[in-house]
Design a protein around this ligand. Structure first.
Ligand SMILES: O=C(O)CCC(=O)C(=O)O
Ligand SMILES: [Mn+2]
Length: 240
């Protein structure tokens, strides 16, 4: 994809909402879930085909796999990664690793389109200058879920998390800084974006079990991309 198309795609979708009419019809560009946490319906809709095509390319090099928790239980979600580091879990714990443990190769690189979509969404949520260096890719089949957790394997919590949902809908839960805090629930649809950072960066969140269905873009599954700054200094993660 040429530079201008990429930039146009990354910047185009918010324009959908720049009209007062659209906002008046209930297509709010941004709904705050908590201070520092913004839900932006359909923000990535226009780039969804490109994002999904790239997910296929990434998965051809680093296949989706169900990793095990440190306690030895298989996760219900299939995962892979792109960028300088990938999130992994096994008997040694949760962490970012510079190589895919299945192939011992570096994770596939992250396209500039991914970075641009994430940067522009973060900016719209109030976090200017976000430059992710890792993209964690989750594939949920019906019944798969993610229990309440905090994203805390990144090195520097000053950077937000940007999450893009594609395919089947999911009920996303967003809580507070304690696991026991009350949660709000939102159904995340194809193209929806959620950003959390600042005071919400370490809020507990999770995904309720996915219901069976078919989506024209993904078939019987949901794909979620989370963009992160895994390490503040890329050099620490370059494969040696
Ligand atoms: O699938 C989602 O919407 C959230 C994923 C998530 O929280 C994670 O990968 O850490
Ligand atoms: Mn998470």
């Amino acid at each position: 994809m040429g530079e201008s198309k990429r930039q146009a795609l990354a910047g185009l979708t918010p324009g959908l909402f720049d009209h007062h009419g659209a906002a008046g019809k209930g297509d709010a560009p941004r709904i705050d879930l908590a201070p520092g946490a913004a839900y932006m319906p359909r923000r990535a809709l226009i780039v969804a085909p490109e994002l999904l095509a790239e997910v296929e390319t990434i998965a051809a090099h680093a296949a989706f796999r169900r990793m095990s928790t440190p306690g030895g239980r298989p996760m219900s979600v299939g995962m892979t990664n792109a960028g300088v580091a990938g999130w992994v879990t096994d008997e040694h714990g949760y962490r970012f690793a510079s190589r895919d443990p299945m192939t011992d190769r570096p994770w596939p690189p992250m396209l500039d389109l991914f970075k641009d979509v994430a940067r522009s969404a973060a900016e719209a949520a109030g976090f200017a200058g976000f430059t992710p260096n890792a993209c964690v890719i989750n594939r949920y089949e019906p019944g798969a879920r993610m229990t309440l957790h905090q994203d805390r394997n990144e090195q520097d919590f000053r950077h937000p998390i940007v999450s893009v949902s594609l395919g089947l809908p999911a009920v996303f839960e967003f809580g507070g800084l304690e696991r026991s805090d009350p949660t709000v629930r939102r159904t995340l649809e194809h193209g929806d974006v959620v950003v959390w950072g600042g005071p919400a960066r370490l809020c507990f969140h999770g995904v309720r079990p996915i219901e069976a269905g078919r989506h024209p873009a993904t078939g019987p599954c949901r794909i979620n991309l989370t963009f992160r700054v895994a390490r503040s200094d890329d050099r620490g993660l370059r494969p040696r």
